[in-house]
Design a protein around this ligand. Structure first.
Ligand SMILES: [Fe+2]
Length: 499
């Protein structure tokens, strides 16, 4: 359903949707998910996981030997030793901070940049996010929207939805009507020629794709439109039908080596990680959940594979093109009250294709290569518009499965195991905890009024929300209903909404 299509006088002839019962959909989705898990039936988009190692391999001495330094004496020797001690101390502090489950706070620079963002207001209401009843995951089915059949036609979408002609030079926060940060378009940290050579940086993705082989049909899946594209994933997950948290299994040794080589490319890493500070500053509570969960799991299961050292995300999927264009879909296995990070790469005309369409928000965004977007992909239906013939587009998607958070909440076990050992009182307490968790889900999203004054953690608010449990996010009733942002309307390049 399009919640604000009726208010749009420019929308043309009204198009009526079939009735959509949200509660019924939530209950149906949750029941189906539970049944699949109880029967150990994997989801169609679950990653195959590697078996957990029986025991940790014994640590080996580092084979790399330090080259012998020229002999130093006196003051020079002392200075070198001092610098070495300071360097080691800084490195240890950084590693300790990253490995501590306590989330690091945003840097002053990240807070300055977040406060300087330009808001992009929508008339969407975040309370309408569609999550499953336990709230860990989103719905697998995309939003019913009257324009879905025109998903491939960017001109029709531009005409009937809000269009933001993003040049990609400034960071924008996407706001719901009450000022919640429900997305971000993240500009690169530097401008000009340095970043404009991003198409060349994507060469590492092309090279990785050329080295990989895939079985027939691997390019066709529910996230692929048109001729399709294969994907390669790494990191760790826990999916329906799996017995334990584990590393995502590569389709072959060759593919795994090519993916590792690609992620080891300094330019690819720079593109994939440049939006982390923005994530931390613009969605601190969500970032904290991700960081804490990842570090807890890494501490408990040291064999789990990391992606990038600074990443709060558990996994990464590379959409390997050469035409990585997705139809409208949700990534329901991702955390419902969370964000995934999308990095666009490749060589394509962003004026003509590769747009990011956020259907729930009625928003089409120009999305150039080398830029990043944070979206709640589990609960918002999203897609890309097709690129032109002869162009290529790749993307990196970083995310954490909602089931990882559920695994931790269950005391590091699956729902099936938990229920097998639970008493009636345990089940009752679990339901209370679920209600409390659902009640605060929406407040995980930051408010713009806090971000713009660098109050990244938000103002102190009531800790317990007393309302019912109708549908996870819609439990929320805002304490400042009158404080509404005006929606954007066909924003052109350079045009901004008032902060
Ligand atoms: Fe997606």
């Amino acid at each position: 359903m399009n919640p604000h299509a009726e208010d749009n006088s420019d929308f043309g002839e009204p198009i009526f949707c079939t009735h959509f019962d949200l509660m019924e959909a939530l209950q149906r989705e949750n029941a189906a998910r539970t049944a699949r898990e109880n029967q150990h039936i994997p989801e169609d988009d679950d990653h195959e996981l590697e078996p957990a190692p029986a025991a940790l391999p014994p640590s080996k001495p580092d084979p790399i030997t330090t080259p012998s330094a020229p002999p130093l004496t006196g003051r020079a020797k002392k200075n070198v030793q001092k610098r070495e001690r300071e360097r080691t101390k800084r490195k240890e502090a950084t590693v300790a901070a990253l490995q501590d489950p306590t989330p690091p706070v945003p840097s002053p620079r990240a807070l300055d940049k977040a406060a300087a963002c330009t808001p992009l207001a929508t008339s969407y209401r975040a309370a309408n996010f569609r999550a499953t009843k336990p709230r860990w995951n989103g719905l697998a089915t995309p939003l019913e929207h009257p324009l879905l059949k025109h998903a491939h036609d960017v001109e029709i979408l531009k005409q009937h939805m809000d269009y933001f002609d993003w040049p990609g030079d400034k960071t924008h926060v996407v706001l719901d009507r009450q000022g919640y940060v429900i997305g971000a378009l993240v500009a690169p940290p530097v401008q000009g020629a340095e970043w404009e050579s991003v198409a060349a940086r994507a060469a590492a993705v092309r090279a990785a794709r050329a080295k990989m082989t895939f079985p027939a049909g691997a390019e066709h899946h529910r996230r692929a439109a048109g001729e399709g594209f294969p994907t390669a994933a790494t990191g760790f997950a826990f999916g329906t039908g799996r017995g334990h948290v584990g590393n995502i299994k590569a389709s072959s040794f060759t593919n795994a080596a090519a993916l590792d080589e690609m992620l080891g490319d300094k330019d690819v890493e720079r593109i994939a990680t440049n939006a982390f500070p923005a994530f931390q500053a613009l969605a601190y509570h969500i970032f904290s959940d991700y960081h804490e969960a990842k570090q807890l799991l890494l501490q408990k299961y040291p064999h789990l594979r990391k992606t990038f050292p600074r990443s709060p995300f558990a996994a990464l999927t590379a959409n390997l093109g050469p035409v990585s264009v997705s139809p409208p879909h949700t990534d329901g296995n991702n955390k419902a009250d969370g964000f995934c990070l999308i990095n666009a790469l490749g060589s394509f005309d962003a004026d003509k294709g590769g747009h990011l369409v956020l259907w729930d928000y009625d928003l089409v965004v120009r999305f150039p290569a080398g830029r990043s977007a944070l979206i709640p992909s589990a609960v918002v239906t999203h897609s890309n518009t097709p690129i032109q013939a002869g162009e290529d587009r790749f993307s990196l998607i970083q995310y954490s499965a909602g089931s990882l958070f559920r695994w931790i909440d269950n005391g590091y076990q699956s729902d099936l195991s938990w229920f097998a050992g639970a008493s009636a009182d345990d089940v009752a307490r679990r339901e209370e905890a679920r209600r409390a968790r659902c009640a605060v889900a929406l407040r995980k999203f930051s408010r713009w009024k806090d971000i713009k004054v660098k109050n990244y953690a938000g103002r102190p608010r009531l800790d317990v929300w007393q309302h019912g449990d109708l549908a996870e996010f819609s439990d929320y009733t805002d304490e400042s209903e009158g404080e509404q942002e005006r929606p954007c309307k066909r924003l052109k390049r350079g045009q901004r909404t008032a902060p």
